[in-house]
Write a new protein. Structure first.
Length: 284
């Protein structure tokens, strides 16, 4: 019982910020304009913060924000799955000079915080935007690196963490399966697609969830490369709403709407998370 009591206390502490956000999203605006702090239980459940035309979230471009975040997160997730799968297969099964050194370099990228590389990345986006947008000869060749989807996703198309996660999982695959595939005439690409990937679905699902959640929660990078309100992701859009004190309750409602896709994703794929994280910890 003491252990369960501790779990209940820790869960309550972790859930308290979510509870406060839900309650604040149902407060009327007058609750935030009082001298005292808003109460932790709404005196009036104002569902208009979510649904009322002209007053609630439905009157803001939150749908556009959610669409932008979904597109960016989906592209980043798909790209990381492809690049991490290919590189992890090479590090796990191929023998070439400098393999271990190159793998250490991949791991070293995990130690570099985003803030260190954000200025060089932003300058690169500016250069690409100047050369491939402003100087494009044909309109269909223009690719917007600033205020466009390419600039939002380009720095995150590959991941050292994903390579490490999948490589460790792939190394638990019995070598006999790869030898049997080679005897059947499979090349590296067919072996990867028809042997390794089906066996590594748990690890791939884990990487997909982590990549999607990380991309969905990005704030600093989208803030730098988007000036057009129509290209804002949901985190930037909600922050802009929160800056307006007259719509602070609507901003809390938007926060809940941005949180729901992440919650549904984690709940739906929770078993893959557990299986993927611990599947490569024991070999054999």
């Amino acid at each position: 019982m003491p252990s369960y009591a501790l779990l209940v206390v820790c869960s309550a502490i972790l859930m308290f910020p979510l509870y406060v956000t839900v309650v604040f999203s149902l407060h009327p605006l007058t609750e935030f304009l009082k001298e005292d702090a808003p109460s932790l239980w709404p005196s009036f459940w104002q569902w208009d913060n979510y649904f009322a035309s002209g007053e609630g979230v439905s009157d803001t471009p939150v749908g556009r924000y959610l669409f932008n975040s979904f597109v960016v997160s989906a592209v980043i997730t798909l790209a990381q799955l492809i690049t991490a799968t290919l590189s992890a297969y090479a590090f796990a099964f191929l023998k070439f000079p400098g393999r271990n050194v190159l793998f250490i370099v991949f791991l070293a990228t995990m130690m570099v915080p985003l803030e260190v590389s954000i200025i060089p990345n932003f300058q690169t986006m500016q250069w690409l935007d100047a050369h491939f947008t402003e100087q494009a000869w044909l309109s269909w060749t223009q690719i917007r690196w600033i205020d466009g989807y390419p600039g939002l996703v380009a720095p995150f198309l590959a991941t050292g963490f994903g390579t490490f996660l999948l490589r460790q999982y792939f190394m638990t695959i019995p070598r006999e399966l790869l030898d049997a595939a080679e005897m059947d005439g499979y090349g590296h690409l067919r072996t990867l697609l028809y042997v390794v990937v089906p066996l590594g679905r748990g690890a791939l699902a884990t990487l997909a969830i982590f990549a999607f959640l990380q991309a969905w929660n990005q704030y600093l990078w989208p803030l730098l490369v988007t000036n057009d309100p129509n290209m804002r992701t949901v985190q930037i859009g909600i922050a802009a709403e929160a800056a307006n004190i007259s719509r602070i309750n609507v901003a809390f409602a938007g926060t809940i709407m941005a949180f729901l896709p992440m919650l549904l994703l984690v709940v739906a794929f929770q078993r893959y998370l557990v299986r993927g994280l611990f599947g490569g910890s024991v070999k054999g």
